[in-house]
Design a protein around this ligand. Structure first.
Ligand SMILES: CC(C)(COP(=O)(O)OP(=O)(O)OC[C@H]1O[C@@H](n2cnc3c(N)ncnc32)[C@H](O)[C@@H]1OP(=O)(O)O)[C@@H](O)C(=O)NCCC(=O)NCCS
Length: 166
């Protein structure tokens, strides 16, 4: 089976979602959705979005978070750096993104990432943001983001970035 953007629903994390049943194979991401995601939402430090099927609306198939961030222009490739000011560049941070093991390898990760990019583009029309950044959790995650056009930032954090599409 593979997911389509029209078969799943992506919505803000709410009280009706079963956070305890989510398992992506990475304990820190499982713990995040279980224990911290609600708090981040209430404190306005991250927006958390979950993917569900309409016929199983409590079952979280995947999630991602979005927060405001900044990057240093010098960490961007020279061609981009040249046309940007020296002060911190406004960015959106995909802090976490994960897919439940029951849904792996069926296109959901790509759908979540595309939705995060689309939401950032919409938000950037009101509050300017030049890039989207991620902190890949391991080499597998780096390969996943690379497949969607993210490139490495030149900094100590090993962040990756994508220009917000025009
Ligand atoms: C990384 C993750 C989100 C991918 O989710 P997924 O739903 O399995 O990914 P998709 O099925 O949408 O894959 C889409 C494309 O991404 C690429 N991709 C996915 N995983 C990849 C990997 N490990 N290495 C290289 N490319 C990968 C492939 O190009 C794939 O296209 P294909 O169908 O032609 O093979 C998922 O494996 C996961 O949740 N892992 C644990 C948590 C994690 O690492 N999160 C990201 C870091 S914060």
């Amino acid at each position: 089976m593979s997911f389509g953007a029209d078969t799943i629903r992506i919505e803000p994390l709410g009280a009706g979602h079963n956070r305890l049943a989510f398992h992506c194979g990475n304990e820190s991401l499982d713990r995040y959705i279980r224990e911290q995601a609600g708090q981040d939402t209430r404190r306005d430090t991250a927006r958390v979005f979950v993917a569900v099927m309409p016929d199983q609306p409590r079952h979280i198939l995947g999630f991602f978070t979005l927060s405001a961030a900044t990057v240093i222009a010098a960490e961007l490739p020279p061609a981009m750096e040249k046309r940007l000011p020296r002060h911190p560049i406004p960015a959106a941070l995909i802090g976490r993104l994960a897919v439940d093991q029951s849904a792996l390898g069926q296109g959901l990760g790509g759908i979540l990432l595309a939705d995060a990019v689309k939401k950032t583009k919409v938000a950037a029309a009101t509050v300017a943001m030049a890039v989207i950044v991620v902190d890949p959790i391991d080499e597998n995650a780096r390969a996943f983001y690379s497949a969607f056009g993210f490139a490495s930032l030149d900094g100590p954090q090993r962040r990756m970035f994508l220009a917000v599409p025009a």
